[in-house]
Design a protein around this ligand. Structure first.
Ligand code: BMA
Length: 321
């Protein structure tokens, strides 16, 4: 058998709802970063009313996490974001940039899915900055560097008439975003043909920004969520240098095949290490957190040597909601 690209950790799932000290049905789709030499995981949990909040867990080694006693971010009940967070907070990403940690999350409400932006310096207190998109937008990841003074993000708008694709936008101040363009589309009759979306905060390597994204394929048994990799140009991150033709991770373990939503691996966080490896974190079947390790060099090679066109062939139109 071929060696897997992502080596799953032997203790998977590394975090389950039973580990959380308050009542939750799931613990999944977590953003992860390093702060003060330890790993901090910001996970999504469905409460037992079906709406989500964000919780925190800490770890010394990146694999064994201790959840905090209370949730970290729950829907605002006052302020400008309250109206947009009524149905919950989902799928957080953390971008550590210039001494602070920027958190992007899906804010769900009767108005649809938009993106909230918050900041923390210490993972003790957190401040909301703004709602940084209209509905319907999901999966916003910020690049952990500025380009000519500007922040750059990847995002995934919903559209009834075009394939659900990855776009990039830029901003002078994190609040106002524009100069948007599409950078990657699904590929027809391919593992990511139904939709793609940004995954983990991109990782800087000598050969480009490595971006772990998710791709979805529709089957008679519902959708299958898998992970892939793309490489973006270092100085112009909207330019895709290569997208690996095959997935790097697919649902295989029992807790990825069944759970809250079956057949899902969904990544919101990855942490590069000094030894050239990267710790990758994913939600298994929208219910538990899993982790694994890959080699950054190998992931970059896959993008450049087993490439499919990022925009070359359009995928099928998105199904009407
Ligand atoms: C997406 C998001 C993710 C989820 C995935 C699979 O649309 O809601 O949070 O992991 O579906 O259910």
């Amino acid at each position: 058998m071929r060696r897997p690209i992502v080596e799953r950790h032997s203790d998977n799932p590394i975090l389950t709802p039973d580990d959380i000290p308050y009542p939750v049905a799931t613990v999944h789709n977590a953003g992860v970063t390093k702060h003060d030499g330890r790993y901090v995981m910001l996970f999504r949990s469905h409460r037992e009313n079906g709406r989500s909040l964000l919780g925190l867990a800490d770890s010394e080694d990146g694999f064994h996490f201790v959840p905090r006693p209370e949730p970290f971010l729950v829907p605002a009940d006052t302020g400008p974001l309250a109206e947009y967070e009524e149905y919950g907070l989902e799928d957080p990403r953390i971008c550590s940039l210039e001494g602070e940690h920027l958190i992007t999350y899906t804010a769900y409400s009767r108005h649809g899915a938009g993106i909230g932006l918050a900041r923390t310096r210490d993972f003790e207190t957190v401040e909301r900055i703004a709602l940084i998109s209209q509905a319907d937008m999901r999966n916003v990841v910020l690049f952990p560097r500025r380009f000519g003074g500007r922040y750059v993000r990847l995002d995934r708008p919903h559209s009834g008439i075009a394939p659900w694709s990855i776009w990039r936008s830029e901003s002078p101040d994190l609040v106002h975003w524009g100069n948007s363009r599409v950078v990657m589309t699904p590929l027809q009759y391919h593992w990511d043909e139904m939709k793609i979306g940004p995954g983990a905060t991109p990782i800087e390597t000598e050969r480009g920004w490595l971006h772990i994204y998710h791709g979805v394929f529709s089957t008679m048994d519902g959708a299958v969520y898998r992970l892939g990799v793309a490489l973006h140009a270092l100085e112009d991150p909207g330019r895709v240098l290569g997208v690996c033709d095959r997935w790097i991770l697919a649902p295989e373990d029992p807790w990825e095949l069944t759970g809250y939503v079956h057949n899902v691996v969904f990544c919101c966080g990855a942490v590069p290490e000094e030894d050239g490896t990267v710790k990758i974190y994913w939600g298994g079947a929208d219910k538990v957190m899993c982790a694994g390790t890959a080699r950054l060099d190998e992931l970059v090679d896959l993008c450049l040597e087993e490439s499919r066109p990022p925009l070359g062939t359009l995928g099928v139109p998105a199904p009407q909601a």
